[in-house]
Ligand binder design. Structure first.
Ligand SMILES: *Cc1c(COP(=O)(O)O)cnc(C)c1O
Length: 477
């Protein structure tokens, strides 16, 4: 394809992209396809001969697009948002065009320096501790893996990287990690990957408000030490995935300091809300954390992937991950940041560019008002659902997330209520008009509702709620 041909196709595609954004509400939120349906439309083997872009694009629209869940739909209330925005998409077009690898300062100085500056901007926007230094990772899971690797190194006196897990065996002390029972599954997954072993994860009971109980944490740590384990890391969550749980950082940080344990804070979703001064109290005590992660690719209008990972001590991070063979040396090695030493993958996209576009394009004030609006919409809806006789609130409002279930008079059997609510959510999601996620809260089948898409307005929330009520009443009729 010549640059001139590219120009023509790109203009067509940009027109299509703008039309997609403008007309997204005519599409179903969740893809309405069955397993295998999309694969059946693709040839079993790759084409030998070149094909025309017009054909490829026509097939994209006809065969591929129906199998895409439209995450940017304003009636997307499932999972957490993975919101995007026009400035973010524009920057991604540039990033893809430059296709620069930003692993070393020298392989793209702007990649490194814009990233450093954007992490400083975010640190200021979220009012994070001044000594934190940030790096972009591909996901919160990767950031947590890096935190656990660094914690592992620190807990083994920087030996595990070199000696392998035998370093733990020789000491005869297994490393343990602590989370609340509300924590995200990525912690257990990365524990497996980092060699801790899933059985050395301790799930600390949460209180009635779903927050980790510091006294239970302290007791578990002391029992483990007495039993010959080495507590290596505590991960607190600010905005747990199921119920938006908020762990108390001050007492947890105090326990970590007392026992010299790595203190990691996972605010993957809720972190973006810290740009609101009225939310900043949620992370009181953060100055005692060793690491903190949040995802601008969830709720800060910046499309996936863009995870901001902050550490108190970048030297510990580099000491854990740095490996500089001759071909990765440059004149500047040691005098500049080479971000390949701050993350597991070597290759790195120029992801800071989209943050730069998004933050400048909205201004911090613009971003604040979007998130504030999401929270206000959730507060209104929460009030309304709380006032309905035939709906139960199963988890309280946390920022813009809560969960509920349908509970019509006369049905008291828990299994029947579970089945009714499963039918309800499947009917709702099959309609394509909105998209919600199921969960279990203290054993009860729950429907989660979160608001965070870039273009969601009051009208979408109100329409969703009347549709939920009607559908629920219809099922019970
Ligand atoms: C979404 C989420 C994660 C995982 O995020 P990825 O970037 O997809 O790895 C981890 N923790 C919490 C609390 C989350 O909400």
């Amino acid at each position: 394809m010549t640059p001139e041909e590219f120009r023509t196709h790109a203009h067509e595609l940009v027109d299509w992209m703008a039309d997609y954004m403008a007309g997204i509400e005519e599409r179903p939120v969740r893809a309405q396809t069955a397993p295998g349906e999309i694969a059946a439309k693709l040839p079993a083997t790759a084409p030998e001969k070149a094909e025309a872009m017009a054909d490829i694009f026509a097939d994209f629209e006809r065969d591929i697009l129906p199998g895409v869940t439209n995450w940017q739909h304003p009636s997307f209330f499932a999972y957490f948002p993975a919101n995007s925005s026009p400035p973010s998409v524009l920057a991604e077009m540039l990033t893809a065009t430059l296709a620069a690898q930003c692993m070393l300062w020298q392989t793209s100085p702007a990649g490194t320096e814009v990233e450093t500056r954007m992490m400083e901007w975010l640190r200021g926007m979220l009012d994070l501790p001044q000594h934190f230094q940030g790096v972009i990772q591909d996901s919160a899971t990767s950031a947590t893996l890096v935190a656990l690797l660094t914690a592992r190194e620190r807990a083994t006196g920087w030996r595990a990287n070199n000696e392998g897990l035998a370093a733990l065996g020789a000491q005869g002390r297994k490393l343990t990690v602590y989370v609340s029972e509300e924590a995200h599954s990525s912690i257990e997954k990365t524990m497996k990957v980092a060699g801790y072993g899933a059985e050395n994860l301790r799930k600390i009971p949460a209180d009635r408000e779903f927050a980790m109980q510091p006294a239970e944490l302290a007791a578990a740590i002391e029992a483990d030490i007495a039993a010959g384990f080495t507590p290596a890391c505590v991960t607190a969550c600010i905005g747990g995935t199921g119920t938006g749980a908020m762990d108390p950082l001050v007492p947890i940080g105090e326990i970590c300091r007392r026992h010299n344990i790595w203190f990691h804070v996972d605010a993957a979703w809720a972190g973006s809300a810290l740009i609101l001064p009225e939310c900043r109290h949620l992370v009181d005590g953060l100055e005692h954390a060793d690491s903190f992660v949040f995802n601008p690719h969830k709720w800060l209008m910046t499309n996936f992937d863009c995870t901001a990972y902050f550490v108190a001590d970048p030297d510990a991070l580099e000491r854990t991950l740095s490996l500089v063979p001759e071909y990765l040396r440059s004149r500047e090695t040691g005098h500049v940041i080479d971000y390949q030493n701050w993350s597991v993958p070597l290759g790195r996209r120029f992801r800071a560019l989209k943050l730069w576009f998004v933050i400048r394009s909205y201004g911090v004030e613009g971003l604040r008002s979007l998130i504030r609006n999401h929270i206000a919409l959730a507060e209104e809806l929460f009030e309304q659902v709380s006032g309905e006789a035939d709906f139960d609130i199963l988890s309280p409002l946390r920022l813009s997330l809560f969960s509920f279930r349908y509970h019509p008079a006369g049905i008291e059997d828990e299994a029947a209520l579970d089945a009714l609510n499963l039918r309800l959510i499947e009917t709702l999601n099959d309609s394509g008009l909105l998209y919600l996620t199921q969960n279990r809260v203290r054993g009860k089948f729950a429907i989660r509702f979160q608001i965070g898409q870039t273009t969601t307005t009051k009208h979408h929330v109100e329409a969703a709620w009347s549709f939920i009520r009607e559908t629920a009443h219809g099922l019970n009729a």
